[in-house]
Design a protein around this ligand. Structure first.
Ligand code: ADP
Ligand code: ZN
Ligand code: MG
Length: 485
């Protein structure tokens, strides 16, 4: 962008505003279902349609999920928070205002720990507040020649939390890591599916630049329409370069909202940023303050699931996993649950970890499947590992049985039984095979006796061949040594 750059070294400052759809069955202020994909305007009632006189009633599970999320992000939960009307007009917002929270949000002062290039950094969470979602406008035709716009109000009143970060990030990689960590924490809590494709996790990025070393922040722009992690990073990289270009050319960055266009990889001005007071926030007169007693708070705390960081540490301590393996195996709650079930059903958790991360994930990935689609139940993978650990199954046989487990979902023991694949550890049966092999190879016996012990490998190979790979290799080695003297 700027071929003639001055020698100024710039630094970016980034803060994210993330909207998360809570996984409640019903809406935040009425009993309508939140289900996705229903025929347009069927999941609606006077409350979420904003009809005059209809009164909102706060959904208790929505509050509990918001509080769980806030606690998971290390926030302090307010004993009393206030809902406020944020007034603006939009065709898919029939009330003419959003019910949100303003100066007294449900929670504040949290922190999310991220790691970028091996360096740990703490990103502040300014606030978590609750609000309702608007409906959807569906445009038919092209932007410059629209045919029709349809309004679907099914999404009106869907419960959201907005998580606002401090301007603590300095690179697009840090923003990427923050959003990744945030998504992982919320998924583990079960408060949201965080499905970006369905709009359950929406991110706006605020970004400014300043000469490195300068304390005062530069003027920020807000970038919207970042519906994937990749777009977040690409939009930030573009926007940082653009702002540096503006300053280098002697211009000023203006405070505005910009839209990211994934087709061009560029951001473009959407509107100059309206100031907060334009919304004419005032306390929602139809809702009482939200009171969260110590008792309720401790009940919500007690119901909190284990969070990713705690689970990583526990996997390392309890199952002896390496740091990296624990990281991989806690990347989603489903994967970590699967691993833990397999580990518990196995005689060797570390070996179970290897099979989950290696063979199983490899096969699933090749088939475009998730761990939840695994044809092998975790308990069966655990059993396979136990059979290997106990020496009832050689590594080679295990590799032969694994694809059959994938194809049928059957237990390893059932497949071994059915196909007569059991490892031979019976000394009588093995002795007979050994005697045959020794009798058939007098020359190699001679070599061994004259001190060339490397022919041992040859004998083991012959025995494995004669037993169709079913002989217990450790036992074969031992018995051969004895027999050859
Ligand atoms: P606004 O009043 O425009 O909504 P806020 O102060 O509420 O701005 O901040 C909104 C988001 O922008 C927060 O995530 C915050 O961390 C971030 N932010 C604030 N100032 C800057 C800045 N100068 N550069 C980058 N991000 C910023
Ligand atoms: Zn409704
Ligand atoms: Mg703000």
């Amino acid at each position: 962008m700027s071929a003639t750059r001055t020698a100024v070294d710039y630094e970016a400052v980034i803060g994210l505003e993330v909207h998360v759809q809570l996984a409640t069955k019903t809406k935040i202020f009425c009993g309508c279902p939140t289900s996705f994909g229903a025929p347009p305007n069927t999941n609606v009632c006077p409350v979420c349609l904003g009809l005059p006189g209809a009164l909102p009633v706060l959904n208790k599970p929505a509050v509990e999920m918001a509080v769980q999320a806030a606690l998971a992000l290390g926030c302090q939960v307010r004993p009393s928070s206030i809902f406020a009307r944020k007034n603006y007009f939009y065709p898919d917002l029939p009330k003419g205002y959003q019910i949100s929270q303003y100066d007294k949000p449900v929670a504040e002062h949290g922190v999310v720990e991220i790691e970028v290039n091996g360096v740990t950094k703490r990103i502040g969470v300014t606030r978590v507040h609750m609000e309702d979602d608007a409906g959807k406008s569906i445009h038919e035709g092209f932007k410059d020649s629209p045919l029709n716009t349809y309004v679907d109000l099914n999404r009106c009143g869907t419960p959201l939390i907005e998580i606002v970060s401090e301007p603590d990030m300095r690179t697009s990689d840090e923003a990427y890591a923050y959003l990744t960590e945030l998504k992982q924490i919320l998924e583990f809590c079960g408060v949201s599916t965080c499905d970006m494709e369905k709009g359950h996790l929406r991110c706006d990025a605020n970004v400014s630049v300043r000469p490195r070393g300068q304390e005062k922040f530069g003027t920020k722009a807000e970038v919207k329409n970042l519906n994937s992690f990749r777009f977040l990073k690409m939009a930030l990289d573009y926007e940082i370069e653009r702002q540096i270009g503006v300053i280098e050319e002697g211009g000023k960055v203006v405070q505005e909202t910009r839209l990211y266009n994934p087709n061009t990889g560029e951001t473009a001005s959407m509107r100059s940023k309206e100031h907060a007071h334009d919304y004419r926030y005032f306390p929602e007169p139809d809702l009482l303050p939200l009171k969260i007693s110590d008792k309720w708070l401790s009940e919500i705390k007690a119901a909190m699931p284990e969070l990713p960081a705690a689970r990583r540490t526990r996997f390392i301590e309890q199952y002896g996993l390496r740091d990296y393996d624990a990281q991989v195996l806690t990347s989603t709650r489903e994967l970590s649950d699967y691993f833990e079930r397999a580990a518990k059903a196995s005689a060797d958790p570390k070996l179970a970890a290897n099979w989950v991360m290696g063979d199983l994930m490899g096969e699933l990935k090749a088939d475009g499947k998730e761990i939840t689609d695994s044809p092998i139940p975790a308990e069966n993978l655990g059993e396979l590992v136990t059979l290997i650990a106990k020496g009832e199954l050689s590594g080679k046989l295990a590799k032969a049985i694994f694809p059959k487990m994938l194809a049928t979902g059957d237990a390893a023991s059932a497949i071994m039984e059915r196909e007569g694949l059991k490892q031979i550890s019976d000394t009588g049966a093995l002795g007979a095979i050994l005697d045959e092999v020794i009798a058939a190879n007098p020359k190699q016996v001679e070599q061994y006796k004259s001190g060339k012990t490397t022919v041992m490998g040859f004998f083991v190979g012959q025995v494995m061949k004669a037993s169709k790979g079913q002989a217990n290799p450790a036992l074969v080695n031992q018995m051969l040594k004895d027999k050859l003297g």
